[in-house]
Design a protein around this ligand. Structure first.
Ligand code: ADP
Ligand code: MG
Length: 609
């Protein structure tokens, strides 16, 4: 339960709404509780017309409002039919008043819970944005989605309905028990006796229902994942002729889901009849014991008391049966809030230092004996790496897959901090630079392309606050993707992604390059971004880059050699270690890895032509 304390700040924020809401709860119950009293009055009034009427020892001590109204109604000038009719109208008005405040109560408390939900979602989303890559590596997307969707809505069941039910329960019990006790304390005890049993039973049944629902949820989630994978992998499934196998897999999951759902339906089928049974028991006790009291005449009750009590019992039914429901809602909310708290308490490893600097970076980069071990996997991705890059230099990083090339980019963008050694930008150690300042001054094309489900323009202009159409077009031209965009139905307004046009791998890569080129910072990192581009377009882009990169510091990561591009320095990595370093000509003379790679590439290109 202590986990829910985290919500106090929200309750405080919406304290006025909450306070008014609780007031409305009491008002609606107050008008509700007056109805049985008016009914009791009518019953007694009619009974007085009967020959053997026995007046109770004391007149009932109704609420002051009821006393006033009934006194006014039972004015001897009114005939008895008129009195009964007026009482009917009073009961109707009470019901309307009750309904009105019920409406206001939902309007305040449920609306408050929606506000809290909104705030909480924003808080969580904001935290997601601050967490670093290391966090995302170990979390599954489904789990992350659950926090912001499922968990938040479970917490809302606490801040909204649960609070409302609890307030309602307290109001209805205190008001009706107050008036019942006033009338006859002993009868009240007998009549209320089955209610705790009711509450406990419902709580237990509810727990069973929740457990089953959870299983159903899990089965449903499996089913959805299964279906989703089938849709996105439909080409693979069809080409490997695995439709039947997939169908079998799906129906097994479906079967599991059905079994759980049927089980749940069975429990739910017992639920309502058992509630009705226990309420019936209370009503029975009221009539039986009340009747005995009345016949024996020892107690201060009339027939009207029995009628009143039966109505009170029915009034208590819903709130009391909601105890179980509320208790399990609170439990689930606490569990969800616990998960949310854990998440919110996760601090990003990569954070701004206490005193940050915001320099304008010239583009001098220096790695000093950098070692990097990936957390969680323990892979030693970069070993004793030392490299100096001067402002305006173009550096190529060449090596096999897994040799640590991308890791260099990750470290420069400070997605991770080095395990050992230091990185300097100009003369500033990377950790001291404000993260935003740092990342804003580097243009980065990641190895794996990610495009948003949005227009071409918005995808290219993503890094700018306001991308002009001319800047977008210029970047697209530099990335040699402008002609293709011109061919799309809506050109730059064409939607990309799941619901838009399907792009080839090369097109995606070039849009991703354009996104980096539209920014104009002093440092550029391209991570293997021409791998899906054909040789001719590659040449085109490289010659465009010559122009774009003129005054910039550039790190170009590649597993192919671009001999057309005059690199100031080429670095060869193997297993996280720098094995060769020099210019194209120097490295060819070395006759090592680079020379071998170049020879193989020349051979392939020769055979292609
Ligand atoms: P390259 O870009 O040269 O292909 P990487 O720098 O991506 O190589 O990877 C170097 C090594 O680090 C590889 O063994 C790879 O499996 C591992 N690695 C890369 N990224 C991660 C990561 N996020 N978490 C754990 N290990 C990683
Ligand atoms: Mg890589």
């Amino acid at each position: 339960m202590k986990h829910l304390k985290a919500l106090n700040k929200y309750f405080w924020k919406y304290r006025i709404r909450l306070g008014i809401g609780i007031l409305f709860v009491f008002l609606s119950n107050y008008f509700n509780v007056l109805a049985p009293q008016v009914t009791g009055f009518v019953v007694d009034f009619v009974q007085q017309k009967l020959p053997d009427y026995k007046a109770p020892a004391q007149p009932p001590r109704y609420d002051i409002v009821v006393l006033k109204i009934t006194k006014w109604i039972s004015n001897p000038a009114n005939g008895w039919i008129k009195v009964v009719a007026l009482c009917g109208i009073v009961i109707l008005v009470l019901a309307l008043l009750r309904g009105f405040f019920l409406f206001l109560m939902r309007q305040t408390i449920i609306v408050m819970s929606r506000h809290i939900e909104f705030d909480q979602k924003n808080e969580i989303y904001n935290h997601y944005q601050q967490l670093d890559t290391a966090f995302y590596k170990v979390q599954s997307t489904g789990d992350l989605m659950n926090r912001i969707a499922e968990d938040v809505s479970r917490v809302r069941m606490f801040t909204g309905p649960s609070i409302m039910y609890l307030a309602n329960l307290i109001a209805v019990i205190s008001l009706s028990v107050f008036f019942m006790m006033k009338r006859d304390a002993e009868l009240t005890m007998y009549v209320l006796a089955p209610l705790p049993i009711l509450a406990i039973t419902i709580y237990l049944v509810n727990n069973t229902i929740n457990k089953k629902s959870e299983k159903i949820q899990a089965a449903l989630s499996d089913l959805t994942t299964n279906a989703q994978e089938s849709y996105s992998g439909i080409r693979v499934i069809k080409s490997f002729v695995q439709e039947k196998a997939m169908l079998g897999f799906f129906s097994r999951n479906s079967e599991e889901y059905k079994k759980n759902a049927v089980g749940l339906a069975k429990v739910e089928a017992i639920y309502f009849p058992s509630i009705t049974l226990l309420i019936g028991l209370s009503t029975l006790l009221t009539i039986m014991i009340g009747g005995l009291y009345y016949i024996r005449g020892g107690h201060n009750i009339g027939l009207n008391t029995i009628v009143e009590f039966v109505i009170y019992i029915n009034m208590l039914t819903f709130p009391v049966s909601a105890i179980g429901l509320t208790a399990s809602m609170i439990q689930r909310a606490a569990a969800s809030q616990k998960r949310i708290n854990e998440f919110l308490e996760t601090k990003p490893v990569i954070q701004n230092a206490e005193k940050v600097i915001k320099p304008i970076l010239q583009g001098n980069i220096r790695f000093e004996n950098v070692n990097f071990i990936y957390p969680h996997t323990g892979i030693h991705a970069l070993k004793n790496f030392t490299l100096g890059i001067k402002k305006g230099e173009k550096v190529a990083i060449v090596g096999r897959t897994g040799s640590g090339k991308s890791t260099i980019a990750q470290l420069l963008l400070r997605m991770y901090d080095p395990s050992e050694g230091r990185i300097f930008l100009d003369e500033n150690e990377i950790g001291r630079i404000d993260l935003k300042t740092l990342r804003e001054q580097i243009s980065y094309v990641p190895q794996d392309v990610f495009l948003f489900s949005d227009t071409v323009t918005n995808n290219i202009g993503f890094g700018l606050n306001e991308a002009t159409i001319s800047a977008t077009k210029k970047a697209a031209a530099q990335a040699s993707v402008d002609k293709e965009i011109a061919g799309f139905a809506e050109q730059y307004d064409t939607m990309i992604g799941e619901r838009g046009v399907t792009l080839s791998g090369g097109q995606k890569q070039r849009i991703s390059i354009a996104r980096a080129l539209v920014k104009d910072p002093g440092m550029v990192i391209f991570d293997d971004c021409l791998s899906a581009v054909d040789a001719r377009t590659e040449k085109e882009i490289i010659s465009n880059l010559n122009e774009y990169l003129k005054d910039k510091t550039a790190i170009i990561i590649t597993h192919r050699i671009f001999s057309l591009f005059a690199f100031d320095k080429i670095v060869v990595l193997e297993d996280g270690e720098m094995v060769e370093q020099g210019t194209h000509a120097q490295l060819l003379d070395l006759k090592g890895y680079y020379a071998g790679l170049y020879a193989r590439q020349q051979e392939q290109e020769g055979s292609r032509e």
